[in-house]
Ligand binder design. Structure first.
Ligand code: FPP
Length: 241
């Protein structure tokens, strides 16, 4: 570890969020079914989560399934759910070795009871680990999250637990799925698309977005390094202030 912080050195982002996009196009280019693209994307996620752990990134949030993704074919949806189930079973087995903490952002009630249970187990059994925290956005939508937060606050007002006047920018985040998690400094979207797609609407207010041309299954540590470098360049306030 360096004894002195270099002048103007920008620290690593504590929290990186990723829209894992481009799996379908990756598969199409190879004449494979879309589910093969998601399987390759799940492998990329494993590598990137490990790499974040070695870099000392504290939080990694990934968009695994949006509230809009239910519009996809039954085969594709069940393929993604199966990959998630497999990953969580494996994570539960390797928990003592990997020390990854899990959280789930989204309305889990629409998932199969088995997958819901795996999410609950992964979250409760990993709560004490303090390596990287992985936040899976599952049946997640930023607008849905804000509506649910508004409703939960309204219910607290109705029951007398809160006063309407107490709602501030500091209080609302306590009602989001991400309660207690710092906002991401860096959000990465591979695959060349330049949209935010209902991802972390509240939390991304001051995030740096890095859009990259690579498809998610082809994303690797080199691409993550490049995104972090881009983030650091943007944060170097040449000229001061
Ligand atoms: C977007 O690419 C990707 C998704 C909607 C699903 C992401 C899911 C995974 C990577 C697997 C989840 C499992 C684990 C363990 C993380 P797209 O299908 O929209 O790609 P396209 O725009 O090229 O069609």
């Amino acid at each position: 570890m360096a004894l002195f912080k270099k002048e103007n050195e920008v620290p690593m982002p504590r929290h990186i969020a990723i829209i894992m996009d481009g799996n379908g196009r990756w598969a199409k280019k190879r004449g494979l079914p879309r589910t093969a693209g998601h399987a390759a994307g799940a492998e990329t996620f494993r590598k990137i989560a490990n790499y974040c752990r070695t870099l000392g990134v504290e939080y990694l949030t990934v968009y695994a399934f949006s509230t809009e993704n239910w519009k996809r074919s039954e085969e594709e949806v069940s393929g993604i759910m199966k990959l998630l189930g497999n990953y969580l079973r494996e994570a539960l087995q390797d928990m003592e070795k990997n020390h990854v903490r899990f959280r789930f952002f989204g309305d889990l009630t629409r998932l199969s009871p088995e997958l819901q249970q795996l999410c609950l187990d992964a979250q409760s059994r990993s709560g004490a680990f303090d390596d990287v925290q992985v936040n899976f956005c599952l049946n997640y939508g930023g607008r849905d999250e804000l509506v649910k937060a508004a409703k939960a606050f309204a219910l607290d007002v109705a029951s007398g637990k809160r006063q309407a006047e107490e709602l501030t920018e500091d209080v609302l985040p306590d009602y989001l799925y991400s309660a207690g998690v710092p906002d991401p400094e860096l959000i990465i979207r591979p695959s060349g698309e330049m949209r935010t797609s209902n991802f972390l609407l509240w939390q991304s207010a001051y995030s740096e977005y890095v859009f990259m041309d690579v498809l998610w299954p082809d994303f690797g540590p080199k691409e993550l390094d490049a995104a972090i470098e881009e983030y650091k360049r943007r944060n170097r306030r040449f000229g001061g202030v």
